[in-house]
Design a protein around this ligand. Sequence first.
Ligand SMILES: Cc1cc2nc3c(=O)[nH]c(=O)nc-3n(C[C@H](O)[C@H](O)[C@H](O)COP(=O)(O)OP(=O)(O)OC[C@H]3O[C@@H](n4cnc5c(N)ncnc54)[C@H](O)[C@@H]3O)c2cc1C
Length: 400
Amino acid sequence: MSAQHEAGAATTHRVVILGAGYAGLSAAIQLASRVKRGENVRVTLVNAQERFTERLRLHMSATGQRLAELNIPDLLEGTGAHFERGWVTAVDADAKTVRIDDERVLSYDTLVYALGGVADTAAVPGVEDYAYTLNSAQDAEVLADRLSRLGSGTVVVVGSGLTGVESAAEIAERHPELNVVLLGRDEPGAAMNPKARAYLRSALDRLGVTVRSGVEVVKVLPDMVELAGGESVAADAVLWTSGTRMSPLAAAAGLTVDERGRVVTDATLRSVSHPEVYAVGDAAAIRQGYGVMHGTCQGGMPTGVHAAVSIVRELKGKRPKPFRFGYYHTPVSLGRHDAVVQFTHPDDSPRRLYLTGRMAARYKETVTASPWPTWGRMKKMPASGAFWPRGGRFTRVREA
Ligand SMILES: Cc1cc2nc3c(=O)[nH]c(=O)nc-3n(C[C@H](O)[C@H](O)[C@H](O)COP(=O)(O)OP(=O)(O)OC[C@H]3O[C@@H](n4cnc5c(N)ncnc54)[C@H](O)[C@@H]3O)c2cc1C
């Protein structure tokens, strides 16, 4: 047991937040900023690395672009939250403890589960052995190294979702000497309106990306991928962006999870099986009127803020309020100078309005860089973090 955590445990409410991604950091900064004056609350944020992983820019890391050095303890500075670096290896939901690096144990009164998710490398045989991923900053750097050494050849990007599209475009722009092939079940930009989708497609064509949709990759081999039906596509490097895989920790702890391993929450973001556990970001299955939210930073940060606000309400003896969130945009970069921003209805269906070209690229960059000013403002004025679209009638959950 960590001596630090045992000290004063009888009087101090211990909140442990697992995962310092966009959602976990939002929770930590919001909570610590709200409780720092006087209340007896200790906030501890646990993360595998001390450096913040800018997931939204991992396709840039994968093409050798240097990102800003964002240090988690620096981001927490002034809030009073503690940072604990380490890999969470177990959660004991009965004993209310988490184990870190198999050796340290932290006790909690309230847990915020924010471990995110990664591309599913167990989806088909060969991905674990032969494909590259953007599952961590290190993985992106390994791919960057491979791409920089190839000289010529073919890079196959599997997955025509937004990560696949952004990655294919970025690789094609940075490595014009390589053939880039984008393979996926759906057409790129499938959820956009027809004009925005057509723009996205023409941008991929301009960058020289070969797009094949309606295909199913069934196996990855050292120098090719195999498609359902037996056809193969030669590949000098394969980037796997398809599917999502969650940490097994929540299920192993006995928390109720959905079919994808996400923690199922009630309307206030508490685990339906363990109300002292909040789940936020990609790791949570959060139901809104339009269905279960899908993993995004735009929705993940509000979930972290909401969990923090709810914890403060509970500490004051008040009931936490239901979480409501409506989507408003889907910004997709197409290299460094082009992008499409599809504006959406709160249920994420496309509006007619969309932006393209340099203006869209600037919009996307502003969005990607927005967490730091948001967190900076939140430290001084916690209430400023609680502004996001609630989604009106789209997010009203009707009981069956
Ligand atoms: C290339 C790319 C581009 C994207 N672009 C967009 C975009 O434009 N807009 C958008 O809204 N979303 C985008 N996304 C999705 C977005 O990145 C995620 O939805 C977001 O990161 C989710 O935030 P999170 O805090 O839930 O999880 P994460 O950001 O993944 O953070 C989870 C944290 O937990 C840590 N962790 C995990 N397991 C452990 C463990 N066992 N022990 C200790 N630490 C652990 C991880 O290291 C990480 O720091 C993109 C994703 C990628 C890969």
